[in-house]
Design a binder for this molecule. Structure first.
Ligand SMILES: Cc1cc2nc3c(=O)[nH]c(=O)nc-3n(C[C@H](O)[C@H](O)[C@H](O)COP(=O)(O)O)c2cc1C
Length: 178
């Protein structure tokens, strides 16, 4: 009888960093890996743990609706969301901005990961939106020393394989009860 995997990793990435993290997680956890458009509500029912990766774009978890619209069907499972980002908002701000319902805030475990940006590969719309966001943060005095390169449109890759370790520990404990 084929061995059924217990963990699904589903991701939606615009420029690749979320896809990279999803791949690292899937290898370490021996999980099934899906791009969001390739897996539907009913396919997810066979898993014990569902991990969704969505980067932060303008304070929003990219394509979070994918999980929210299935929440009632999958709420008895372990649900984990990981969000690559560049630290332009606090974690609390992001959570409050994206989740209205207290039940979801309690039930869904969220991890934030360091993302990356390749300025020259952004579409002209994304370049404009990103510039606007960085300028707004600068005006509000919310840019830290590490963000200095963003002001100069310099590429930044802060993704790091070691940072997935707390996520791996959490998922292993939840899925295999140890
Ligand atoms: C238009 C745009 C908006 C962004 N908005 C935010 C933001 O609000 N907060 C943040 O911390 N990072 C923000 N980022 C950075 C992304 O979260 C980061 O580049 C992430 O790694 C992208 O993931 P992806 O490569 O999987 O698409 C933004 C990037 C772009 C291009």
């Amino acid at each position: 009888m084929p061995y059924d995997k217990k963990i699904a990793i589903v991701y939606k990435s615009k420029h690749g960093s979320t896809m990279k993290y999803a791949g690292w997680l899937a290898i370490k956890l021996d999980a099934d890996l899906y791009e969001e458009s390739d897996v539907g509500r009913w396919d997810l029912l066979k898993y014990k743990t569902i991990v969704f990766g969505g980067p932060i774009y303008n304070s929003k978890i990219y394509n979070l609706d994918y999980i929210l619209e299935k929440y009632n069907t999958i709420k008895n499972k372990n649900i984990i969301i990981f969000c690559p980002n560049l630290g332009l908002q606090s974690h609390e701000e992001i959570i409050d901005y994206n989740f209205v319902e207290e039940e979801m805030k309690e039930k869904i475990k969220i991890f934030f990961l360091e993302g990356s940006i390749n300025y020259n590969e952004l579409s002209s719309v994304d370049k404009l939106l990103f510039r606007r966001l960085v300028n707004k943060k600068k005006k509000e005095n919310k840019l830290s020393y590490e963000h200095i390169n963003l002001e100069k449109n310099i590429d930044m890759d802060r993704s790091n394989k070691k940072s997935i370790e707390p996520i791996l520990d959490y998922i292993m404990k939840k899925t295999f009860d140890f």
